[in-house]
Design a protein around this ligand. Structure first.
Ligand code: DX5
Ligand code: ZN
Length: 220
């Protein structure tokens, strides 16, 4: 198995210094940039839209991992594809015709991801597992950085890893919320491929050493 992908989340960055903050991700050894889009409806917070991502795009060659926490995300798939997102992840809870929405993402040329909030079970996405590139397990209730991981969400990681093995699927399993040096080992052992990391990354001065330490903790 290849080493854990670290995806620092811009949510915890200083928005008044966006270019410098994304540059610190570029230099940290992380491979992805996680972009949390919130609409104030699906989640009780508002962040940024496609223009922010489009303006950020020339500042990084890393994979742009866009996490849409918005109702009816199908309305915005084309905008986020045009903004330079590589992955577009939508919530199963936010899109009635989830299969169509995921197909729309794939047709736009992006990789398609589906996410589950802590109270949703894997059962609800079984019918789309054969078409997704990524599954994003929320280990906190989405809306804010800096929350503690909810332990009952963890079994979904191993469940998805064993389904992948059994059925020969090839999605990545990403985990988002409360991931830091004390929790990363657990999620890696359960089968996570990607660790989203907001506050733990941005509170560090030495972000390069932090990313190295995260990957190191994931190996044991
Ligand atoms: C939460 C967002 C996360 C957030 C994680 O709603 O989806 O990506 O940035 O932040 P931490 O790592 O601080 O829990
Ligand atoms: Zn996120």
């Amino acid at each position: 198995k290849t080493s854990l992908i670290i995806a620092p989340s811009m949510l915890s960055s200083d928005f008044s210094r966006t270019a410098e903050e994304v540059e610190s991700i570029n230099k940290s050894g992380a491979q992805w940039v996680h972009l949390d889009v919130m609409d104030g409806m699906f989640v009780p917070n508002i962040t940024f839209g496609p223009k922010f991502i489009k303006d950020l795009r020339p500042h990084s060659d890393l994979v742009f991992d866009t996490h849409l926490m918005v109702n009816e995300p199908e309305r915005y798939v084309a905008h986020f594809a045009q903004s330079g997102s590589d992955y577009i992840t939508v919530h199963a809870e936010a899109s009635v015709h989830l299969h169509r929405t995921l197909q729309m993402i794939k047709d736009s040329g992006c990789k398609a991801g589906v996410s589950l909030i802590p109270s949703s079970s894997v059962t609800s996405i079984l019918p789309v597992l054969d078409m997704v590139d990524l599954i994003l397990i929320m280990t906190v209730n989405p809306g804010f950085g800096g929350q503690s991981l909810i332990p009952s969400t963890l079994e979904k990681i191993s469940e998805l890893a064993s389904i992948r093995e059994k059925k020969g699927y090839d999605y990545l399993i990403s985990v988002d919320g409360g991931i830091n040096l004390s929790t990363v080992g657990t999620i890696a052992r359960l089968g996570a491929d990607v660790a989203v990391c907001g506050s733990a990354f941005f509170c560090e001065q030495d972000r390069f050493s932090f990313v190295q330490a995260m990957v190191e903790h994931a190996r044991v």
